[in-house]
Design a protein. Structure first.
Length: 197
């Protein structure tokens, strides 16, 4: 682990390849593998059997639960939560006999977003800030910020507060406002978008 061993902790069964960057206070657990060129921020947690491919970027304070693979093209901003066994892809039409490494598509997960257990994020899309993808959902398009996405394919089923509580729907009006029942944060509804007030 060279001089970085004092900055982060890794279980003895984890494989940390030379040439990756891992921030201070990050924990890498059993049987995980971080490849060269991967960049992981400060205060992250990578659970058991997590794979981080070359050139993947993970921001600060992200939590990657057990059995998650982050393939080339995946970028997670700060405070992202990836639930157990959720799936990222990086090719839209894979074939074992056709090499498509030059066709990898980026998947961007914005700050504070949550992706539930066993959800799938099809590559080439952006998951908006503080969005909440429910367990088992399959995301096949861009996700607006604060959206609650449920189903196969995933559809907007409501809106979530930054604190993780479902927001009430506004009574009426094109630019109505609501407050979170739990933390009191205010939000504005503008058409098909929700904005923190």
């Amino acid at each position: 682990m060279s001089d970085m061993s004092t900055r982060y902790t890794a279980h003895p069964t984890a494989t940390i390849d030379p040439g990756c960057t891992i921030g201070e206070g990050t924990h890498v657990w059993h049987y995980s593998h971080v490849m060269p060129g991967a960049r992981i921020g400060r205060g992250c947690s990578l659970g058991q059997n997590v794979f981080v491919a070359r050139d993947v970027v993970i921001g600060d304070h992200a939590k990657i639960q057990n059995n998650v693979s982050l393939y080339e093209g995946v970028v997670l901003e700060d405070d992202v939560f990836c639930g157990p066994s959720m799936v990222f892809t990086n090719v839209v039409n894979p074939r074992s006999h056709v090499s498509r490494k030059h066709e990898y598509r980026q998947t961007l997960v914005r700050r504070g977003a949550t992706i539930g257990a066993n959800a799938t994020i099809v590559c080439g899309h952006t998951v908006g800030e503080y969005a909440f993808v429910g367990a088992g959902a399959v995301v096949t398009r861009d996700v607006p910020g604060y959206a609650l996405m449920l189903g196969v394919p995933a559809q907007v089923a409501g809106w979530m507060c930054q604190c993780g509580v479902r927001l009430p729907l506004p009574a009426a009006g094109p630019a109505a406002s609501v407050a979170c029942a739990d933390c009191g944060a205010a939000y504005r509804f503008e058409g098909d978008r929700v904005i923190r007030a």
